[in-house]
Design a protein around this ligand. Sequence first.
Ligand code: APR
Length: 245
Amino acid sequence: MHYSNALSRAPRSVVVLTGAGISAESGIRTFRASDGLWEEHRIEDVASPEGFARNPTLVYDFYNQRRRQLQSPAIKPNAAHSALARFEHNFVQAGGEFLLVTQNVDNLHERAGSESLCHMHGELLKSRCLNSGLIFEWREDLGFDSVCRCCQQRGNLRPHIVWFGEMPCHMNVIEAALTRCDLFISIGTSGNVYPAAGFGQLARYAGAHTVEINLEDTRSGFDEVVLGPAATRVPEFFNSLLQNS
Ligand code: APR
């Protein structure tokens, strides 16, 4: 699959958005597939401030399970994560602007070497103090008996995850990059959750060429749709883009 050079010239500013689909081939479940996370848990119970207030133990357990799984030896970046990191380093070295925005809370992009990276929905390996809002690296289970590192109290830490109804992180950086980019690529997201689902339209309004790489065509109005598994299509696409840049 070669990058159809729909741009009249090589891109100078690229924004990539990733969703759960890019981590699926690393063994991390997506949300809305038939075997997805939302088949076993109600979003309002485990991914909302109200759910956390109602039953914090359920919420702590939900994220503790996912945090443990993420740190198991079997879970590692796949060829799609590596291809994005490789592209970023070469493209930036050649003077290009690059931003990777992920909805994912895993750390596979970092482990693959991505640097210009925004986690707009938070990070599984971080916790947040309910009093101060300070954020900490956090790899062990989180619960009522966890001692907060800023106020030394127990029971006032939450997962650093953006829940439904809460404001995503880094929106100012993301929106600035979207208005400047001339190429926007969405990888492995169903386009169900805003504001991420609207980024393609924002980029198009700014004159960018927009591409979707996914197993399915989400019919979200992208200029170009590349169908197939991310671990295959993403290296093909970005290696070809590098040759054309
Ligand atoms: N390669 C490419 N795409 C894939 C692959 C794969 N191997 N496997 C699945 N996909 C695609 C699916 O076709 C689907 O479009 O990834 C997408 C996954 O969609 P969701 O499960 O809805 O995940 P996502 O879009 O990341 O969800 C967005 O919703 O629940 C919230 O906060 C959560 O960040 C999440 C947000």
